[in-house]
Design a binder for this molecule. Sequence first.
Ligand code: GFB
Length: 330
Amino acid sequence: MPGTRSMENSALMRKDTKLYIAGHTGLVGSAVLRAMRNEGFSNLIVRTREQLDLTRQAEVEAFFREERPDVVILAAAKVGGVGANNRYPADFIGINLMIQTHVIDAAYRNGAERLIFLGSSCIYPRKAPQPMKEEHLLTSPLEPTNEPYAVAKIAGVTMCRSYYRQYGFDTLNLQPTNLYGPGDNFDLETSHVLPALIRKFHEAKEQRKPFVTLWGSGTPRREFLHVDDLADAVLFLLRQDSETLDRASYHRLINVGVGEDLSIADLATLIGESVGYEGEIRYDTSKPDGTPRKLLDVSRLHSLGWTATTPLREGIEATYRWYRDRSHGR
Ligand code: GFB
């Protein structure tokens, strides 16, 4: 029977737990690292891409044999917005399948006590009922613009679930909604919408441009979670015992979001206000809209007692300050 360890004896509760964060330089991994440090975890393991290439199985196996981490947070992934997903489909499926397959298998074989796998809300079908429940996974076709990425993430979820079912390896799959925050990618071609809009509005203000052009129609709806809230959820879930996770999750799958969405047009208004840009907003409908709506049902996580706390306006303002301080786009 998988998952019967008690938390009192578990490595998960100790501050000297050996905890490996895969992908610690990315948006999610860097937030998890900050949160773990703030909590006083003293035995955190990280490796840069130069030190450890997660797409190379032999390197990953050697690393796990040597380090044998107790807990693994798998936040390493090839990620990007709708434009990047569309342009680099091979990388989005290939790199992600390699990284997650190597890490999940090596973590199990080298005695990790728990692995948390970070996915994305795009694993749910394009026309999933809204808000999207964990149960909606694999119930109808995916959104074509990010199908390769979604298929890789679904394979990761299925692998984690299967290792739990067959071997009792304590895995948990988190599906965060669209994320933003410090450390995000602000490249206009490959980023997600929120950092792209911060940069576009900032540059338009600096250069006194009369209008800003956004992609698509402005009608798709998205939900945005500050990455520090996600890191807090990771910590919260790490502290739950295995039986609690069995009860609360849907076969070890759990959504992480805020439970509210808004249209891209409304997001643009909010970001324009935060940046202080007063010009016109135009839309380039030759660019893809992607999924019409992506709102997560977060009742499973709420039932455990966790809710997101960062209001969107506040989160955007803080992210804008972070962006400006790093002199991006000046
Ligand atoms: O954030 P985003 O790139 O990704 O785009 P998705 C969200 C919406 O914002 C789309 C619109 O309707 C875009 O057309 N948008 C407007 C813009 N202006 C811009 C802009 O300047 N840049 C960008 N990037 N979008 C991704 C998936 O989907 O979400 C990934 O492709 C992943 O696989 C991620 O799941 C969370 O929300 O559409």
